[in-house]
Design a protein around this ligand. Structure first.
Ligand code: ATP
Length: 346
């Protein structure tokens, strides 16, 4: 039987590193945090890392990777990990990687992601191929816009052309139906070890200035010529109507099933094992209670951060504090102890 003392759990110091490292420690693992100099204080202060590897910038990651290999570290990827390295370079990391690397290509590409979600039978906002087709409020999303900063809303074709003038040179964008409803981000965990899907928690984002525009009168909004931006500043926990839970389970089951049919290859070898571990479906729920899913994140999301000590849902199931970070560590622990580690590495 494998032993967890032979391994360490590592992540980059950002995003969800605090709960990942704390969760791994709670499960008995040695923990390593690779972080930039300007972030080190956080990980020192909370004492979640047994070892800190400090680098000037994430570009230097490959220069220190050997230290992780020496300790048989298992890397837990999170949003910043994928965005700092890019999904292509993630394929090159040598250290053991929790989760399917191949799936990252599908979630990083809007067209591929849509194909996947459609195949899973989810309701998606409509996409307009040309501005001439606009027949309802739309949200224009620029490729590579970080944190929803450059997005804008238009109601008609004319308005689209008027507003796009403010973004000269921007060609890569998608015109998506704007759904009037509330954002709900559903956090899941699927373990290949026990073949079970769990709903871990829900959140919504706290975005500037989208969440502050309503604090001033509409006349003042117009006079000040304020543009909506969705820069994320934090996450707010949500508990949803209990009667919506079957729908959420169903959506999770369907994306897992379809993920097993996605294929991509590197050097002739298949990369994708299908989706497992932590993932999130990002949706706008309309008054008819449809989940209009506009994005999937195939790894731990920052919306799980309010639940370092567990969520109302994990409390029901575990009766002990169970963050998503800790759930990941437990999956790895059970995999090691049953000699099935390969099944959770990608
Ligand atoms: P990520 O960092 O997760 O890729 P992002 O910065 O690309 O996100 P989105 O998450 O796509 O941005 O969206 C930013 C904001 O716009 C969110 O508040 C989301 O709720 C809202 N939003 C996105 N798509 C729609 C839509 N089709 N209808 C209504 N609101 C939307």
């Amino acid at each position: 039987m494998g032993q967890i003392s032979d391994y360490a759990i590592a992540t980059l110091g950002s995003h969800t590193a605090l709960q990942i490292l704390k969760g791994a420690k709670d499960e008995g693992f040695k923990t390593i945090c690779v972080c930039q100099k300007d972030q080190a204080r956080v990980y020192e202060s909370y004492g979640v890392a047994d070892e800190l590897i400090v680098i000037d910038s994430y570009d230097q990651y490959f220069g220190v990777e050997h230290r992780l290999l020496d300790q048989k570290a298992i890397m837990i990827p999170h949003g910043s990990f994928v965005s700092y390295l890019g999904w292509e370079r993630v394929q090159d990391i040598e250290v053991m990687h929790y989760g399917s690397k191949g799936i990252l290509e599908w979630e990083s590409d809007r067209v591929k992601e849509r194909e996947w979600l459609k195949a899973a039978g989810l309701k998606l906002p409509r996409i307009f191929k040309t501005p001439e087709e606009i027949d309802c409020p739309v949200i224009i999303k620029f490729h590579g816009a970080k944190g929803g900063k450059g997005y804008f809303i238009a109601n008609t074709t004319e308005e689209f052309y008027e507003r796009i003038k403010d973004y000269p040179g921007e060609e890569g964008y998608v015109i998506q139906e704007y759904i009037v409803g509330v954002p709900i981000y559903s956090h899941f965990f699927y373990s290949p070890i026990n073949d079970e899907l769990e709903i871990m928690s829900f959140d919504k984002r706290y975005e500037s200035n989208a969440d502050s525009i309503g604090r001033i009168a509409s006349k003042d909004q117009l006079d000040a010529n304020i543009r909506t931006s969705y820069t994320i500043t934090g996450n707010i926990p949500i508990v949803i109507r209990e009667s919506l839970l079957p729908k959420v389970f169903e959506m999770g089951d369907n994306v897992i099933r379809e993920s097993r049919k996605l294929t991509n290859f590197k050097d002739g070898k298949p990369l994708t094992k299908g989706l497992y571990g932590s993932f999130c479906l990002e949706a706008i729920v309309d008054p008819e209670l449809n989940f209009n899913v506009f994005e999937i994140s195939a790894r731990i999301v920052a919306g799980t951060n309010p639940y370092t000590n567990g969520s109302p849902y994990t409390w029901l199931r575990y009766n002990e504090p169970m963050s998503t970070g800790r759930r990941i560590a437990r999956d790895i622990k059970q995999a090691i102890e049953s000699d099935r580690l390969e099944e959770v590495l990608g």
